[in-house]
Each structure stands twice: as C-alpha cells, then as structure tokens.
Design a protein around this ligand. Sequence first.
Ligand code: XLS
Ligand code: NI
Ligand code: NI
Length: 442
Amino acid sequence: MDILVGNQTYFKEIGQIKYEGPDSDNPLAFRWYDASRVVAGKTMAEHFKFACAYWHSFNGNGSDPFGGPTLFFPWDKKNGIIDRAKDKMDAAFEFMTKMQLPYYCFHDVDLVDFTDNVLENEDNLAEIVAYAKEKQRLSGIKLLWGTANLFSHHRYMNGASTNPDFHVLAHGGAQVKAALDATIALGGENYVFWGGREGYMSLLNTNMKREQEHLARFLHLSKDYARKNGFTGTFFIEPKPCEPTKHQYDFDAATVIGFLQKYDLLGDFKLNLEVNHATLAGHTFQHELQVAADAGLLGSIDANRGDSQNGWDTDQFPTDLNELTESLLIILEAGGLQGGGVNFDAKIRRNSTDPTDLFYAHIGGMDNFARALVIADNILQKSDYKKIRAERYASFDTGAGAEYEKGNLTLENLRDFAVEHGEPARISGRQEYLENLINRYI
Ligand code: XLS
Ligand code: NI
Ligand code: NI
C-alpha cells in the first residue's frame, strides 16, 4: 500500500507515513509499527488488521453537549448529498492510504447523509457503495465491518429492535437490510451490532422480557437475511453497559454471551470489545478480553481509552502501554482475534483542529499496539510469567486435585482430605512481582 491513490487533495502537506524505527525523531513516522515485521509467527499487519472508524475521523466535527462544531472539513462543502459523500470518501481513502491503514469501518449514515425516505436512502447508499467499491479496488483497502446507525434519528428515541412500537422496529429492519447489502457488496469481513438505544431508562414503562425477545428475533432475521445473500463473515455484538440508555441489554461480555446462548445465536455471533465500554461496566478491558477468549468468542476490538476521572465514553486514542501490554498477553495466549481486527473507535479532541492531529492520533495508536505486542511476546517467550501462572494451579495437576477436576470426588472426599492434611500453607499470589515483571519488559 505504498502507492498513493487518487488526487492528493485533503492532506497535501502530509506524505506517506512510514516505519522509521524507535530512534526516529520524526513525529509523522512509525517507531514501532512495521507492517511486515513478524512477531509470534504473524506479521504485525496480520495481528492487528488496523481499521479507521469513518464516523469519528470523517463525520465527528468536534461538537459536544455544550457547543457546536470546531472542525470544519474541506470535504464537507458541496450541496448535493452524493457530491459531499464522494468528497468525504476521497478524503478518507487519501488518509487511510497515507496512514497504511488496511481497513475501515462505517455506519450506513457515515457514508452518506440519510433522509426520512427509505427508498431514497437505499438508492443513495447503493450509489456511494459503488464508489467505495472502486476506491477499495484501487487502494487495496478493505472493509473490516459495516453497521447500521439505529440510535441517532429521533424515531429511535425508545430504541430500534427493542422499541415498544413495531412501526419503529420495521424501520430499523429496513436500515439493517440496506447496511447488510452494502457490507456484502463491499466484501465486508464482519458485521457489527452495537446496542445503541437497545435498553431502557425506566422499568415503569418497560417490558424487559418482551424487548429482549424482540432483539433476539431481530438478530435472527438479520443473520438469516445475510446468510441467504452470501455473507460468510462473522457477526459481532459490541457490549456497553449504559450511555445512551441508563440500562443497556448488552451490558458486558458475560451478559452478551449468556444472551447469545439463551437465544441460540452462538456459531454466527462473536464479540467486538471496546476498551472504554469495559471501564464503564466497572471492568478492566483485560477482564472483558479474558471472558470472551475463555468462551472462544474473542472476535474484534474497538480500540480507545477512557479517562479515569470521567465516567463516560470519552473515546480517546489508546496511549496506556501497561493496559495494552496486559491486553496483548491475553490476545496472544488466546491465539489472536477471530475474524476481526483493531478498529480505532476513537476521536481527536474538540480543540485538536490541525489536519496533522488525525495523523498523530492514529500513529500513536498503531505504534502503542505494535510496541505492546513486542513486549507481550517477550514476556511470554523469555520470562517466568507463564510458569508462575501455571504453578499456581499445580495442586490440581496430580493426585486428589486432578481427581477433583475430573469429577471423581465427592464433598465427603473433600472433608476427608482436609482432615488428613491439616491446615494449608499460605501461598503468595505474587501480584507485585508480576506487576514489576510487566514494567521490566516495557
Ligand atoms: C458507541 C459505540 C459505537 C459502535 C458502532 O459507543 O462504540 O461507535 O462501535 O456503532
Ligand atoms: Ni465502538
Ligand atoms: Ni463506544
């Protein structure tokens, strides 16, 4: 992907971002992300499948609840809906090519502005999808996943597939159908459902059981439609505990796994985990990764970070090496992501108004992931990390412990063992040792 594609119009002052190594002083170069470098048996490009989130990078205009836009995009000037959408797409592909970002992700409404007319939206989406297809062909950039935005329009104020009004649910269905068509046409490797407003604000007006059954049926219809039309990729559910609703049905990884099991959706669905959603749920990101990995459902990542003093989805670019290193330990031990990649669901700040800010943000994100990968691989290969963790459970490897794991002991057997062996020794968990070990390898 070294060749720049199309006219360089929107980021003229910035050239191709390249790997220059850890000693480089160039802030517009990679110091760790070297796409073809092999770590733990795969290239960095294969490990991560980095993706640009269309919504944050090309639609997000810096507005917040207290003020309007601060980012005025040169690609957002023309009057016609399609003309504007094409300019935006030109900017996106110029950016991704210069950044060596091999994938992108979108909501339907990110690609082209939607109106209240279903037929018009279907036509406009199809037109911009044809344009995207050509852009993908010329650049080699691929679609990691598509999704439908079922939360911004006012009709979805009470939810989409969990809306108490069937009429609204049907509109959600129309949108998902078109978004699936778009994803399939573009060779999308996965399709995401993030719960948006699928949850409730007050139980006083909510039949939770009925809403969850509607959600499950909606997922089945969507899956059946996509499979019937040739989609072979994976569906991802993206958990989030709250925001915008007070209680969201896809609270966290464990909740979603239970839901998928209950409604017979395992096999087609895996998880897309987002760092800031994990912390909102009161978990670490590592916890969410481990829960998904243990269930064989670790599909994809929405990379960002929260702010330890703010209790909302601040979607900042990932900078915390300790958090990323611990995460990569789990991902590597799980054998990697299943079908997905690392999508930067992160936005530059409201006051980051230079065109270069978007580059710095992604360079930092990609470099930090790459660096964490190298560190985590070193820890797994060279340190006693694995040994210490395994030894902690050694009493279950032989003798009575092993019999217990096999299901051969009764409660009475446990009692007899306790009597026979007296008081157990106090065995250190060695947490501080392990924390130091991580920092030693950083
Ligand atoms: C919002 C979610 C959203 C999904 C895609 O918090 O992270 O951006 O990733 O709908
Ligand atoms: Ni997300
Ligand atoms: Ni989010």
